[in-house]
Structure formats: C-alpha cells, structure tokens
Design a protein around this ligand. Structure first.
Ligand code: NI
Length: 227
C-alpha cells in the first residue's frame, strides 16, 4: 500500500525547517547506506546525531503523533528518528532496497523496516527530477509531493530517486516498524477503519452495525498485532 498524506507540516513549519537545514552540517549520504545502495547513492545528509537533525526529527514525530491518517495507515510500533537529505543538481539515488533492520545509533533499539517514509520539504516547482520512483505490483509509481506532504510505502519495494536536473530536493526520510508486519493485513485494517469512520458519521456511533464492525477491527488487531 502506498499512501500520500498531505499537510503533515504546515507552510510555516516547512519554512522553519528549510531555514534551519540551510545552516546544518551536511555529509556524504552514503553514511547510512548498505553496501549495495552505497554504490547507487549520490546525495548529502544531515548527520544522524546533529542537534538540528534531532530537533527537527522530533518535530516531525510530534506532527505524526497527531495525524489520524498516518496512525491508521502505519499502526506504528517503533519509528526510526527522522533523517534529512538533500539532492543538488546532478544528485540521485539508483534503484535499491532499504536495509531490513536499522539500529538506532547510541541505543540498543533496532527497528525492522516495514514502511519507508519521505516527507518533502521543497515545493515541486522549484526543482526538476528528484521523483521518488517506487516499483509496485501495478507498475512504477512516480511520487513528488507538495512541501509538507509525505509518502508512506512498503520498505520491501525497490525504489529510486531520479537525478535532479535543476534546483534542490530537500526531504526528511525515515523507516518504521509497524504493529502489523504484513502489508496486506495492514491495508485491510486501513480500509476497514476508513469505512467505520464513514459509517459512524452517517449512522451514528451508537448504531449496532458500527459497533459490530468496530469490534471486528479491534479483534483483527488483537489477532495480527505485535506490541
Ligand atoms: Ni531507499
């Protein structure tokens, strides 16, 4: 399941992020790449332990904690602290797959990467190229979103970032371990949650079938979730 979530950050937040990241230290993006992806990767990143990365990363997590679409789609268990990358003209990232397990630096925590996320920080009209191209069962999907919007996609997908040919592509990216490991099960829960929300509006929260479907949702979570 590939989901685009608009307005994760407000316009004002995006402005603040860009100003702070302008002054960040930037290093070669291959520091977090595995052996295969390092060969394909050409960009820069704010270091994982830089204060600016941690502060802005926490602001991303705060925004997501209040985002109903994200919570319903991801059912997050553990979230890797968000990182920040920058693709200048000529940069890109060839086709690769993200590492399955990500240790969080300086902690004993390890995150199994079920979902990958990219939060766009520059307006799409300010750069050419820089599309996130994700291979899916229905063909390649090209994703390039408004500043402040985020895409969530299965980490099991092959993907790439097309070469930037004008301007700069600035983004936050991270991975998460979901309470529900299987993408198909998670997609069913997301659809069911959507329908329950819609029926709650038309039939009211006290409606017998709404209550029964809510029970089905929670009993499926009980069956499929790890905590
Ligand atoms: Ni990747």
């Amino acid at each position: 399941m590939l989901i685009c979530i608009p307005d994760v950050l407000s316009k004002a937040q995006v402005e603040t992020f860009r100003a702070r990241l302008d002054a960040a230290p930037w290093v070669d993006g291959r520091v977090t790449a595995g052996a295969q992806s390092a060969a394909a990767k050409r960009n820069t990143q704010a270091p994982e332990d830089a204060a600016v990365a941690r502060e802005l990363g926490d602001a991303v997590l705060d925004a997501l904690a209040g985002n109903a679409t994200f919570l319903s789609a991801a059912l997050p268990l553990k979230i890797f602290p968000p990182l920040f990358n920058r693709y200048e003209t000529g940069d890109g990232f060839g086709v690769h797959i993200d590492n399955a397990i990500r240790p969080v630096k300086g902690t004993p925590v390890r995150v199994r990467t079920d979902l990958s996320a990219t939060l766009f920080l520059n307006a799409p009209e300010t750069y050419d190229g820089g599309d996130l191209v994700i291979e899916t069962a229905f063909g390649a999907q090209e994703v390039k979103l408004e500043a402040g919007a985020m895409v969530l996609y299965p980490s099991s997908s092959l993907h790439r970032v097309s070469t930037v040919t004008r301007g700069t592509r600035l983004a936050s990216f991270f991975w998460l371990q979901s309470m529900v490991r299987d993408d198909g099960e998670r997609a069913l829960l997301y659809d069911l949650d959507h329908s329950i929300q819609a029926l709650t509006i038309t039939r009211g929260p006290g409606d017998g079938e709404v209550i029964r479907l809510t029970g089905v949702y929670h009993n499926l979570i009980r069956r499929w979730a790890d905590t």
